[in-house]
Each structure stands twice: as C-alpha cells, then as structure tokens.
Ligand binder design. Structure first.
Ligand code: ZN
Length: 199
C-alpha cells in the first residue's frame, strides 16, 4: 500500500510519469489539478545540442470527473530553446499525446470517454455538463476521436469503390401521419450498409 502522499496523489491522477504540482479547490468551479511531466530534457532537433529551459506555459484541459466533481487538468508545459546562435531551431513546447493531443481542449482520456458516450446516444450537452465544460470542446473532441476510430476501422468498412446514398420513406407516425424518412449509406459494389439515420 502506498503511503507517500505525493505518490498516492500521482496514482490517483493516473497519468503515468507526471508529478502533481498542486490542486486548486475553489467552491463552485471544477477541481484544478496541476501537473508537470517528469520526462528528461530533450536535445535540440536542429543541432543535437542541449536545450535550455525557457519557462512554462500553463494549458488548461477538461479531464474526467473525479469523486463526483468535474476536474480541470492544468498542464505546466515546459518550454525549451536552443542556446546556439548558429542553430535555426525555434523554441519548443513539450507535447505528450498520452495527456492530450496538440490543440485539444480535452485530455486524451476525456476525449475517448466523450466519444464512447456519444456512441451510446448521450447528447453532447449532457456529457458537457457532467464534465463541467461547454458543448463546443465536447463536439470538437468527438469529431477528432470519431475520425480516428473510422480510420482505424478498416476491417468493417475497407476500401470502397462507390458509395450510394438513398433516402426513403420508412413509416408515417402520429395522428397526422408525418412522414419519417431514412437516409442510408451503402457500398454499392459490395452491397454493404454502412449506416443510416432516421428523421
Ligand atoms: Zn540547436
């Protein structure tokens, strides 16, 4: 059993080799967990020399809720620059897609989770309210991870020569018999239905 409070905290945050710098616990806002990677200082991509520290940039990310509270992860991203006047490499800000992909507002694990929730039919608004954020970052994250899933899902869809789009009347609903239409997307060459939506 771990008893070192720092280590216990890091295990709870569960992001591997990161140190927990601190936690902001303010009433009415998400818990803010500050982290910093423990990775070694990288060498310069341009000249291979040793980089110098150039401070930190704080990046706020929506993370998974913990203990019933929304959580914001504040990543203290380290910045580096090459001291050589003959080197053309620009300043470097560290990246780690295990924490979050570049320019994402949600952590990697939160992005995957919201995509699963959307796949189960939950609305973006509902998921966003559970995470303590607005609809937009959830929407952007589902687009991103959804596209990655489709690209990886080559067995189910495979190479397609010709796509067919068909819209037909499924049924008439209610007292006024409103028309309910179905749109289907089909691989014409193989007669394979990719999916359809009803409206
Ligand atoms: Zn350099």
């Amino acid at each position: 059993m771990g008893v070192d409070p720092t280590r216990v905290c890091e295990l709870l945050v569960g992001l591997g080799d990161v140190e927990v710098v601190g936690v902001d616990d303010d009433v009415g806002v998400p818990l803010r967990v500050h982290i910093r990677r423990r990775a070694a200082r990288p060498d310069c991509d341009g000249c291979g020399g040793r980089l110098w520290s150039d401070g930190e940039k704080l990046v706020e990310l929506v993370d998974l809720p913990a203990f019933g509270r929304p959580v914001q992860l504040v990543w203290h991203k380290r910045r580096w620059r090459c001291p050589s006047s003959e080197c053309s490499a620009g300043p470097v800000t560290e990246r780690d897609p295990r924490i979050a992909p570049a320019r994402e507002k949600l952590t990697t694990r939160a992005g995957r989770w919201v995509t699963c929730q959307a796949g189960r039919g939950r609305s973006f608004n509902e998921v966003a309210s559970e995470l303590g954020c607005s609809w937009h970052p959830v929407n952007a994250s589902v687009q991103r991870w959804g596209e990655a899933l489709l690209e990886a899902d080559t067995d189910r869809i495979g190479d397609t020569q010709a796509l067919g789009l068909d819209e037909h009347l499924m049924w008439r609903r209610g007292r006024f018999r409103h028309k309910a239409w179905a749109t289907s997307i089909v691989d014409i060459s193989r007669g394979h239905l990719f999916g359809h939506s009803l409206r």
